[in-house]
Design a protein around this ligand. Structure first.
Ligand code: HAX
Length: 438
């Protein structure tokens, strides 16, 4: 299998590099940690390692060194579309090279082969109360699949240096099943349909998702699905969903346990749930003004939001200091395909007005839009209007990055994570000591 072959060929060199760092340079200081960082959510402490992606504050995400526009341009495209094949992105994340169309199609074919969800998973989802949140169903389904983990079954007979092979098998199995499970949850929860979605091996990942979701404009939505999954796949290792997956995986929990943990982190309002808040805010503006307001009306509305003690959703970022390229790529998609859509025009006006308002307020370090400022608007356009489903879409995409990280973490033998904690008194004592005159 292509991913196995390619990772296998690179492993000796990576293992040597890792050995050199761990054995010969273990005492080199990389960063220092302040009290503010400890009480402030470990913000910016350089303490994680990943080669899959990197967030440059001045430029945004780079997947394997490539910016979003570079990735969208370089990856092989789906038949009849302008967006790349998701299989090509998975190859890039896993292997670190841009695949040929044939190589991207090999990944797509692997997914098609594995795209069967066991019956008991459907039964379990159907047995849950109707009002259950779709993220709960999604995370439960991932956990239910754990039963099939190659890693877990082979654990006692495997040597450490081949853990990654079982991890790769599990990752391909899992990512192949996620769009089917997500589409099943969507059709069951909001339309009362109980039939199993069928994955068509002749179509790619994005087109299959679009078909299984049964949106009216299947072709347009297939393009959006490709873009959406690619853009949401990874955002280096420190974000909550990626880190939760990595932490759980570091105990040698298999990828099903690990990714379910990541999904549970993604479900929070400060993380994956933010996109529905953004769309809600845009719709509030639209309803209040009966359409797209004037610049002055929007300016006042934005100030009212801030003065009411609320944040403006979709703006600001913990790391980024420029407009998020994932926002720009989605806005570009919308402007090329449906520039007259009212919510798109409104989102564009917000981009014109809100950064100025946030600058005047002077608090947010980054007054620019993040990925969530537009992603819900695009789903809404295609008729996916059930807000609480949006985090599930994010989860399907995020699986691509975190499983690539999981495979490499096992390949390079990274250990169980165990940072050290202090008590408040200990931290106060550190401060006291520091403040004492020398
Ligand atoms: N509206 C109003 N105030 C904002 C703001 C916004 N959009 N963004 C930041 N601020 C405020 C913060 O609340 C903070 O205020 P206090 O000092 O009173 O606490 C101050 O500006 C400094 O914040 P910061 O350092 O610039 O930003 P943080 O790293 O603390 O937070 C957030 C980053 C993304 C959480 C923040 O910008 C925010 O709340 N944005 C709106 C919600 C949002 O869009 N979330 C999605 C983020 C993308 C993501 O990860 N999705 O999964």
């Amino acid at each position: 299998m292509i991913l196995h072959e390619k990772i296998s060929a690179q492993l000796p060199e990576w293992r040597e590099r890792m050995k050199a760092l761990a054995k010969d340079h273990a005492d080199v200081v990389v960063d220092h940690v302040t009290v503010g960082q400890i009480v402030g959510g470990m913000r910016d402490i350089k303490s994680l390692l990943t080669d899959v992606s990197f967030v440059d504050p001045a430029e945004g995400i780079r997947f394997r060194g490539m910016s979003i526009p570079e990735v969208l341009k370089a990856l092989p495209k789906a038949r009849g579309g302008k967006m790349p094949l998701v299989g090509g992105l998975y190859y890039l994340l896993m292997v670190g090279e841009v695949p040929t169309k044939e190589q991207a199609m090999e990944v797509e074919a692997e997914w098609a082969k594995r795209a069967v969800v066991p019956d008991y998973v459907y039964k379990m989802i159907k047995a849950m109360p109707q009002e259950t949140h779709p993220m709960t169903l999604f995370s439960q389904a991932v956990l239910a699949l754990q039963n099939n983990s190659v890693f877990a079954h082979k654990y006692h007979e495997m040597k450490k240096d081949v853990y990654w092979e079982a991890a790769l098998e599990d990752s391909l199995d899992l990512t192949a099943k996620l769009p089917i499970i997500a589409a099943f949850i969507y059709r069951m929860k909001y339309f009362g349909e109980k039939g199993k979605p069928r994955y068509n091996p002749k179509l790619d990942y994005g087109a299959n998702f679009s078909r299984m979701m049964k949106v009216a404009d299947k072709k347009g939505y297939a393009e959006l699905a490709r873009l959406y999954f690619i853009l949401h796949s990874d955002h280096e290792s420190g974000n909550a969903s990626a880190h939760a997956t990595h932490l759980a995986g570091s105990t040698l929990s298999d990828v099903y346990y690990a990714f379910s943990a990541g999904l549970n982190a993604l479900a929070g309002p400060l993380h994956g749930l933010a996109n529905q808040e953004c769309l809600g805010w845009l719709i509030d503006v639209k309803n209040k003004f009966g359409g797209v307001p004037t610049r002055d009306e929007l300016y006042k509305f934005a100030w009212d939001t801030l003065n009411g003690g609320h944040v403006i959703p979709g703006y600001g970022h913990a790391v980024l200091r420029v407009p998020d390229p994932r926002y720009m790529a989605q806005m570009d998609f919308a402007k090329k395909r449906f520039p007259e859509d009212e919510l798109v025009r409104l989102a564009d006006l917000v981009f014109d007005v809100v950064p100025q308002v946030l600058k005047e307020q002077g608090k947010a370090k980054n007054p620019a839009p993040n990925v969530d400022a537009i992603s819900g608007t695009l789903q809404y356009y295609y008729g996916v209007r059930e807000f609480d489903f949006y985090t599930v879409l994010f989860g399907v995409g995020r699986a691509l990055g975190v499983t690539a990280n999981y495979v490499w973490a096992r390949a390079l033998g990274w250990p169980i994570e165990r940072p050290k904690s202090l008590t408040t008194k200990m931290l106060e004592d550190v401060v006291k000591k520091e403040l004492q005159p020398a």
